[in-house]
Design a protein around this ligand. Structure first.
Ligand SMILES: NC(=O)c1ccc[n+]([C@@H]2O[C@H](COP(=O)([O-])OP(=O)(O)OC[C@H]3O[C@@H](n4cnc5c(N)ncnc54)[C@H](O)[C@@H]3O)[C@@H](O)[C@H]2O)c1
Ligand SMILES: CC(C)[C@H](C(=O)O)[C@@H](O)C(=O)O
Ligand SMILES: [Mg+2]
Length: 356
């Protein structure tokens, strides 16, 4: 089994190193090959998603991805910016289903900014559509306005759109995921304002007919953001579009104690996938050795479960993470009094030691 390792920028290489060590410690003899991506891809080959990197990703059985993005590239023309690498991989590989599970490990109930009783026992799954919406809609750009109140002025514009097929396929993923859990699905939209999301709601309602055992409700995204903070445990599975899912999953990350705890899987229709933490390259802490590697290590566990058919090995990693948290080890983002502060490498090494 071949795994493409794409560390990327900022803390990406630091956290991916730890996940690779954990995978190696399983003694399963994976073939792993690394390639530069994001700002690192641009620096090495003049493009954030170099051809050889894309080829490696296409050929591999699964991809482990760190993060991309670096302030020093923010003034490049958009097609060369590091973020285009992850967007390009998602689009090229048809990774339309993004699973972001927000689980609060009991040991971290005091690390969340919310009261322990609000978050304890939290286990929700956010399913974000990943290859459509305003992220990829065309036309987009900056032009001279030809209508409206500001005719003659420059205006920025993007296009929000969803094809029926795109909505149907993510709805099926969401209903099937709900069937394996508590059988409750909340579809998050903005149907009260946006045509695209009235259409989304209508199609999700139609797909629901095939899943009568799942209870479906619909919620506007602004209310969903509020409910996530007010009573997050009321949710089981949430499904939403690309942009709303991006925002809601960062909010949900804080329910788990830190964004450094939220893994993700991005899957195509055959469960080939890219696995990455939900957070970014964290340039503010890059190189300091303090980034939390657990979201990446947990993403590697998701990879074993969803793409490589090794659920027992995924369990081994997840149990090891629980164990190090129970031992009181904490990177600074999840630190609280009475626990032991450790860095990225120490955390990774502790997970390796905790594997049984
Ligand atoms: N999939 C991706 O590669 C991805 C995702 C999000 C953001 N980005 C990019 O990352 C760059 C920085 O973006 P941002 O600052 O808005 O978001 P970010 O997620 O990188 O960081 C937000 C905050 O969370 C902290 N943080 C993130 N991951 C952490 C970890 N593992 N351990 C401890 N703390 C952690 C950071 O220090 C920062 O304070 C930008 O270039 C952005 O485009 C990339
Ligand atoms: C870096 C960026 C393109 C990306 C997104 O918006 O999808 C990130 O925020 C994420 O959540 O994976
Ligand atoms: Mg994001």
């Amino acid at each position: 089994m071949k795994i493409a390792i794409l560390p990327g920028d900022g803390i990406g290489p630091e956290i991916v190193d730890q996940a690779v060590n954990v995978l190696n410690a399983l003694d399963l003899k994976f073939e792993m090959e690394s390639a530069p991506v994001g700002g690192a891809g641009y620096a090495a080959h003049g493009h954030p998603l170099p051809e050889a990197t894309l080829k490696l990703a296409q050929e591999a059985d699964a991809i482990l991805f760190g993060a991309v993005g670096d302030w020093k590239y923010d003034t490049l023309e958009r097609s060369l910016r590091p973020e285009q690498a992850i967007l390009g991989l998602r689009k090229n590989l048809n990774l339309f289903a993004n699973l972001r599970p927000a689980i609060l490990y009991p040991e971290l109930s005091g690390a969340s900014t919310l009261k322990p009783e609000v978050v304890s026992g939290l286990d929700i799954l956010i399913i974000r559509e990943l290859t459509g919406d305003i992220y990829f809609g065309k036309p987009r750009g900056v032009r001279i306005a030809t209508d409206g109140a500001f005719v003659g002025e420059r205006e920025g514009y993007d296009t929000m759109r969803y094809a029926e097929t795109e909505i149907r396929r993510i709805a099926h993923v969401a209903f099937q995921a709900a069937q394996k859990r508590d059988k409750r699905l909340t579809s998050v939209d903005k149907a009260n304002v946006l045509e695209t999301f009235q259409f989304w709601k209508d199609i999700v309602t139609d797909v629901h007919k095939e899943y009568p055992d799942v209870a479906l409700d619909h919620m506007y995204v602004d209310n969903a953001a509020m409910q996530l903070i007010r009573a997050p445990k009321k949710f089981d599975v949430m499904v939403t579009g690309n942009m709303f899912g991006d925002i809601l999953s960062d909010a949900a990350a804080m329910l788990t104690g830190s964004i450094g705890m939220l893994p993700s899987a991005s899957l195509d229709k055959n469960n080939k996938g890219l696995y990455e933490p939900s957070h970014g390259s964290a340039p503010d802490i890059a190189g300091k050795g303090i980034a939390n590697p657990l979201a990446t290590i947990l993403s590697a566990a998701m990879m074993l479960r969803f793409s490589l058919g090794l659920p027992e090995q995924a369990d081994r990693i997840e149990n090891a993470v629980k164990k190090v948290l129970a031992q009181g080890l904490r990177t600074p983002d999840i630190y609280e009094a009475g626990t032991t502060k450790v860095g990225t490498v120490e955390m990774g090494e502790a997970v390796v030691r905790a594997l049984i």
